[in-house]
Design a protein around this ligand. Structure first.
Ligand code: COA
Length: 251
């Protein structure tokens, strides 16, 4: 069976790390499948939301260490960089459901997800420095921006595991659920977003991600999309449905 499973249903593409005997550690071949799946999903109008999860009680133990030794990535077109580029540029919302270990890229990829849900047993870690490596996936920028410099320094300079409760307190996890409820809870959120007007969802994600902290510039960027959206078919459908007292349908 494939080590990356892709399951499309109801506008949601579920991507499952499926190498449970190795805690879903990611090989070069798995990164290539992930990059292919994400690049394709971004062009397919019937995919509205991407949901990441892992089989066998782990999210992912990060990069396969054997692969790091035998086959270190050598350039921007290698599978791992294609994957990182895809998660950092994809226009559609990404949700992660994290149970068990989320090591290295298993945690840094969450900084690119739009919503993150964790099981009570989730265990995160950023052990780059312990492996004589440095942060990747722009985590040295995104993590301090999201949780503050001192907390980011603690996680990246010590590389010690931290719990779902800490991740929630730091704001890199939206909510913590019992392990047996996690996937259903994340899927429910994915379904809600998949039912919303898709262009408005993508533009909202883009505005959130591209913010440079400049209020006037951000308001101008919002204004461009706001005015265009007001004239869109999906806005007409949303408002017409309100007056017709029925749920909107965005095909
Ligand atoms: N690369 C390659 N193999 C890995 C791996 C990784 N990143 N993480 C786990 N595995 C393998 C183990 O070697 C073991 O294989 P084996 O059964 O053939 O001996 C199997 O997966 C199960 O791992 P194990 O260590 O027995 O599970 P655990 O529950 O005790 O610990 C981890 C889980 C993730 C905490 C631990 O495996 C670990 O620290 N892995 C390395 C994580 C890492 O450094 N990733 C790179 C970050 S940049």
């Amino acid at each position: 069976m494939s080590e990356i499973l892709t399951t499309p249903a109801d506008g949601i593409l579920t991507i499952t790390f499926n190498r449970p005997d190795k805690k879903n550690a990611l090989t070069s071949a798995m990164y290539a499948s992930l990059a292919d799946a994400l690049e394709k999903a971004d062009t397919e109008s019937d995919v509205r939301v991407i949901l990441f999860t892992g089989n066998g009680g782990a999210f992912t133990a990060g990069n396969d260490l054997q692969d790091f030794l035998n086959n270190p990535p050598a350039g921007e077109e290698t599978p791992v960089f294609r994957f990182l580029r895809a998660i950092s540029t994809i226009s559609k919302p990404m949700i992660a459901a994290v149970s068990g270990v989320a090591v290295g890229v298993g945690t840094t990829m969450l900084l690119h997800c739009d919503l993150v849900y964790a099981a009570e047993n989730a265990k995160f870690s950023l052990p780059f420095v312990n492996l004589a490596l440095v942060p990747e996936a722009a985590s040295s920028l995104l993590l301090p921006r999201m949780i503050g410099h001192h907390r980011a320094s603690e996680l990246l300079l010590l590389g010690e595991p931290f719990t779902a409760a800490t991740a929630k307190e730091y704001g890199i996890v939206n909510a913590v659920h019992a392990e047996d409820r996690l996937l259903d809870e994340a899927m429910q959120v994915a379904r809600k977003i998949a039912a919303k007007p898709p262009t408005a969802v993508r533009l909202t994600k883009q505005l959130l991600r591209q913010s440079k902290g400049d209020v006037a510039g951000q308001m101008a960027a919002e204004g461009v999309h706001f005015r265009a959206q007001l004239k869109s078919a999906e806005a007409r459908e949303a408002m017409t449905a309100f007056f017709e007292k029925r749920p909107p349908k965005f095909s």
